[in-house]
Design a binder for this molecule. Structure first.
Ligand code: GDP
Length: 333
């Protein structure tokens, strides 16, 4: 389970016109850059992958228009690009004229669908900070309409999902969480395990987080409240920052092998409104963050014991998956 080679991660491709916000999204979600710093980012002009793949649950690549991609170029290996892709995210700048973006969206979706009809297509209507709610609703309606009309005119029945996003709030993390969750076939099992954990431990809400990106890959079935989610995200930042400063020796940091987040990571924060935030590491990529009332935290031993069982089950869920994938591959070869 902890072995990277056996572990198959959801692969997400990020497409969009130049300056639509792709590198900003990547920097903010995967590299903890603050949104204001993205103002000075150089525009994307190469494919960005590798760098986060070893530290995150999610595999992630950025593809840029125009220039970098020409679908009609014979050297463009669409089988390679789209063959094992789980989701294709297309970023549209809502503050800009989006007609060109819509035509690229159409080309990209059509091409990708032909290679791999199982891809989930997700459209991020991006940079919706600083625009009115009316404008948001209207542009989502308009973009939705035009994009699906174009596909239908071409006789294609492809489902597109739409998300309103901005790097200036948590909407970008929330949107990514939804995208990633669709790619996890064990989601119902994970949700079920979380439900069992919270009912038996007096927990109000629990999220299973990909630590590096703060995307939650599953949560219990109680509704998600944005504020609670933001609180949990902030907790991860605090824990990682503190561990980075005090949890890794200078030597370990120098050879960059040791990450501050390891299998003993755990943290507890008491807020002054009788709420407790409790974080426990689950594996190399994932952490559980729970919110509970202080009066339910009197028997920490029970919670910790339940957590151990939970962690073991999560381990088995993913172990099964890698075994299954492996045997499928063996059958194929
Ligand atoms: P790329 O070429 O698609 O990689 O685009 P960049 O990431 O370089 O972004 C282009 C510009 O858009 C930068 O100046 C960013 O600061 C800005 N930007 C990105 N995301 C947002 C957003 O959510 N809201 C606003 N207002 N600006 C954004």
């Amino acid at each position: 389970f902890f072995n990277n080679d056996e572990y198959v991660k959801p692969k997400i491709l990020l497409f969009g016109l130049r300056r639509s916000g792709k590198s900003s999204i990547q920097k903010v979600v995967f590299h903890k850059m603050s949104p204001n710093e993205t103002l000075f980012l150089e525009s994307t002009n190469k494919i960005v992958k590798e760098d986060i793949n070893n530290s995150s649950f999610v595999q992630f690549e950025i593809w840029d228009f125009p220039g970098q991609i020409d679908f009609f170029d014979p050297t463009f290996d669409s089988e390679l690009i789209f063959g094992d892709c789980g989701a294709l995210v297309f970023v549209i700048d809502a503050q800009d004229d989006y007609l060109e973006a819509l035509s690229k969206l159409n080309q990209t979706v059509t091409k990708a669908y032909k290679v791999n009809p199982r891809i989930k297509f997700e459209v991020f209507i991006h940079k919706v900070d600083g625009v009115s709610d009316d404008f948001k609703i209207e542009s989502q309606r308009d973009i939705h309409q035009r994009a699906t009309d174009d596909l239908q005119d071409a006789g294609l029945d492809i489902h597109l999902s739409f998300h309103l996003t901005s790097i200036y709030d948590h909407s970008i993390f929330e949107a990514f969480s939804k995208v990633v969750q669709k790619l996890i076939s064990q989601l119902p099992t994970l949700e079920n395990l979380l439900n069992i954990l919270i009912t038996n431990s007096g927990i109000e809400k629990a999220f299973l987080f990909d630590v590096v990106s703060k995307i939650y890959i599953a949560t219990d079935s109680a509704p998600v409240d944005m504020q609670t989610y933001e609180l949990c995200c902030d907790m991860i930042d605090v824990v990682i920052d503190l561990s980075d400063i005090y949890g890794v020796s200078a030597e370990e940091r120098a050879n960059q092998e040791q990450t501050a987040f390891d299998n003993l990571s755990s943290s507890l924060i008491k807020l002054n409104n009788s709420t407790i935030l409790y974080l426990k590491e689950v594996n190399k990529f994932l952490a559980l963050v729970c919110i509970l009332r202080e009066e339910n935290f009197t028997r920490q031993g029970v919670i910790d014991y339940n957590f151990l069982i939970f962690r073991e089950s999560i381990g088995r869920v993913f172990e099964l998956r890698s075994k299954k994938l492996k045997s499928n591959n063996d059958d194929l070869s």
